[in-house]
Design a protein around this ligand. Structure first.
Ligand code: FE2
Length: 284
């Protein structure tokens, strides 16, 4: 079936390569035409922002369901496979923001989510922006020699202390041990082909990248650190200052993101859910 675009939906590109603001979406009625158009826009722009929509939990979940099954996180799923899909990020003076490092979510699980969806529930007037880096462009800008070299490499991704420590604090040492024991690491190619666009993309995931197979540890550390620094190039970036009620959706397979901590110690509350991926990038 060919669906026609919904004429009321418009996207305005804000970043040079990624990031667009979308208008004209009815959050009470996601028609098949609108869903198909939005999926195309996500693939095209990498990150979409809907300003001031003030989505309720029900609307955010319905939005996620347009693109697949909302993802239930490993610890929650362990307790109840049909469990809660929400993660709330509440930053206070006593609970500082802790996502201020480039990553894509959950490369240490076999079914990494494909889209992240974040609602700005309560945000300060300034600061606490989210930044995204375009990993298509990061791959494209490598020399042909470096592209070929990276394509030959496999990286072991593993859950780290940045997640295990807060889990141990908040849910107890047994919960942290469960994650460590059940998610011992997964192998991913350093360069993968996006399953929906067919474009080559670097698979980078900050601290989850532990080791490059076949390399001595110092060689592996060197290349992983080089790649982490490489995506600091502002030419790759889109940067959004959240206002109350904004909602963003991004392609986890094409981007890295980081939540800046510049609003600390001000209060900020964000609500996230994610959409289960297709499993095509799970291991090799
Ligand atoms: Fe994240």
């Amino acid at each position: 079936m060919t669906l026609t675009a919904t004429p009321s939906i418009t996207a305005t590109r804000l970043g040079a390569n990624i990031g667009a603001v979308v208008e004209g979406v009815d959050f009470d009625d996601f028609t098949p035409e609108a869903t198909e158009q939005l999926n195309r826009l996500i693939l095209q722009h990498g990150v979409l922002i809907f300003e001031g929509v003030h989505a309720t939990e029900e609307q955010q979940e319905a939005f996620a369901r347009c693109f697949g099954t909302p993802y239930v996180y490993p610890l929650t799923r362990h307790a109840n496979p049909e469990g809660d899909i929400w993660t709330e990020f509440i930053d206070t003076a006593d609970s500082p923001p802790d996502a201020d490092v480039w990553h894509t979510d959950l490369t240490w699980v076999p079914d990494q989510p494909k889209f992240g969806i974040l609602s700005a529930i309560d945000v300060p007037a300034t600061g606490g922006n989210t930044m995204w880096a375009d990993l298509y462009m990061a791959y494209d800008r490598l020399s042909p020699v470096m592209q070929k070299f990276c394509e030959s490499l496999t990286v072991v991704h593993q859950i780290g202390s940045n997640i295990l420590d807060p889990v141990a604090r908040n849910a107890g040492p047994a919960a942290a041990a469960f994650l460590r024991d059940n998610y011992p690491g997964i192998r991913h190619p350093l360069v993968r082909t996006h399953p929906e666009t067919g474009r080559k993309v670097l698979l980078l995931a900050g601290g989850f990248m532990k080791h490059i197979e076949g390399m001595n540890q110092d060689e592996s550390d060197w290349l992983i650190n080089w790649l982490r620094n490489y995506i600091n190039d502002p030419n790759f970036h889109f940067n959004w200052c959240w206002k109350q009620g904004d909602l963003g959706i991004w392609d986890e397979r094409r981007t890295n993101h980081r939540g800046l901590s510049s609003h600390y110690p001000q209060y900020r509350c964000m609500r996230r859910c994610t959409v289960t991926g297709d499993g095509q990038f799970s291991g090799i």
